[in-house]
Design a protein. Structure first.
Length: 405
């Protein structure tokens, strides 16, 4: 797959248009452009690297996909043919990267491909939840409803993730500032204390000051090693957390570490229930729903738990019984699922679970914020005390010696 940049003239208005498009080759790109009612004037490869297409997905935000889903749902509901609806949507899309993807989808649909299959060729832009719901909507003749549900589900998921990130940004900023201040004190202030003692016969620095001065000299004399360790350590850690073992450890920390563990557990329950309710309402089979939901939750332990539950369901066990006692699921989830299964209202019960845990996430975010602030203040106070003690103890020592003399 290549990315082409092109200039074309609108055959209806005569206006010149410049944009990007993804295609297998120049001929395919020309066909896509002509299919949009444009006459190509120039087409050239923008990035000849076969992996370069992956870069275009970095700028597709959830809000862009929500707008795409809503617009497409509205146009299909109004009775417009699918290809015409897609063309109208892409004409209103401001995100150039999404425009490239949708143009390729239009080309595939014109070639006889189902919309879900065309979207599935772009997994970096449209995940399994999106593709599966579109496929279910196409199969049941309710594509517009499926797209509307998709938009609602994406909005709720993005909103709750945004709240969690917002709760974690404050402590991260405080920690960065705290370490910056500590670094400044160690590198700039403590060496001045050492100068005071250097010319005094018999003067001895306290052990705490000696330890911090050793750190100061190490940072000043070997700063390039410190920077190298930080950079390579960051690269190693970044790669490690993407491995299966690293992801397993990090996902386990999210669920167990205090005070964020309860927050992430409730977040995963809300995401499971919301995604599950959306898929079930669109007619996706239960086993397929469990598989897709596992991918959407983005936690290997919850995903593994859902895979085990799917095997039990396949063997004839109820979903509630399959999740009963699993440490990766809060006890309320299987209990409420059991009520939904017994009453024949599994979809409605999943929605209630989602609503409940989304409210719980809001409450937990407030709790975490109220806990983290005093904890950070205590940590900051301890570090400040250590630094101040390392600076003042030698000065008091000098004053004591002078007083005795």
């Amino acid at each position: 797959m290549l990315v082409f940049e092109y200039t074309a003239r609108n055959t209806a208005t005569g206006q010149k248009v410049s944009s990007d498009i993804a295609a297998e080759n120049e001929q395919a790109a020309a066909k896509i452009i002509q299919g949009q009612g444009l006459a190509p004037l120039s087409i050239k490869v923008k990035d000849s690297n076969s992996g370069g297409i992956l870069k275009i997905f970095n700028g597709i935000k959830t809000s862009d996909k929500v707008l795409f889903s809503r617009q497409l749902s509205t146009l299909i509901n109004a009775g417009l043919p699918l290809v015409q609806s897609l063309r109208n949507v892409v004409a209103q899309t401001e995100n150039k990267k999404l425009k490239v993807v949708v143009n390729q989808v239009i080309s595939d649909v014109e070639g006889g491909s189902a919309l879900a299959k065309a979207l599935g060729r772009h997994p970096e832009a449209f995940n399994k939840v999106f593709v599966s719901m579109v496929a279910a909507g196409e199969a049941s003749g309710t594509l517009d409803t499926a797209l509307e549900r998709l938009a609602n589900q994406q909005e709720k998921d993005a909103e709750i993730i945004s709240k969690v990130r917002g709760a974690l940004i404050y402590p991260a900023v405080v920690l960065v500032v705290m370490f910056a201040v500590i670094g400044f004190m160690i590198v700039k202030v403590l060496p001045q204390v050492e100068v005071l003692y250097k010319d005094l016969p018999g003067a001895s620095l306290p052990i705490l000051t000696k330890i911090l001065l050793w750190m100061s000299h190490a940072i000043i004399d070997y700063w390039w090693i410190v920077i190298a360790i930080v950079i390579f350590g960051g690269i190693f850690l970044g790669r490690w957390v993407r491995t299966s073992s690293g992801k397993s450890v990090m996902d386990n920390l999210k669920m167990k570490a205090w005070p964020i563990g309860p927050l992430f557990m409730k977040l995963y329950m809300a995401r499971f229930a919301r995604t599950g309710a959306t898929l079930v309402s669109s007619g996706v089979p239960l086993l397929q729903m469990l598989q897709i939901t596992g991918d959407a939750i983005s936690n290997v332990h919850v995903e593994h738990a859902l895979s085990k539950a799917a095997e039990k369901v396949k063997g004839g066990k109820a979903l509630s019984d399959s999740l009963e006692g699993d440490p990766n699921f809060l006890p309320l989830v299987p209990n409420m699922l059991r009520i939904g299964e017994q009453s024949g209202a599994l979809e409605a019960m999943l929605e209630k679970i989602a609503d409940y845990y989304e409210k719980e996430v809001d409450t937990q975010i407030r709790n975490v914020s109220s806990i983290i602030e005093p904890v950070l203040m205590v940590i900051l106070g301890v570090f400040a005390f250590i630094i101040v003690a390392a600076v003042l103890l030698p000065i008091y020592g000098l004053a004591g010696q002078n007083f005795i003399k």
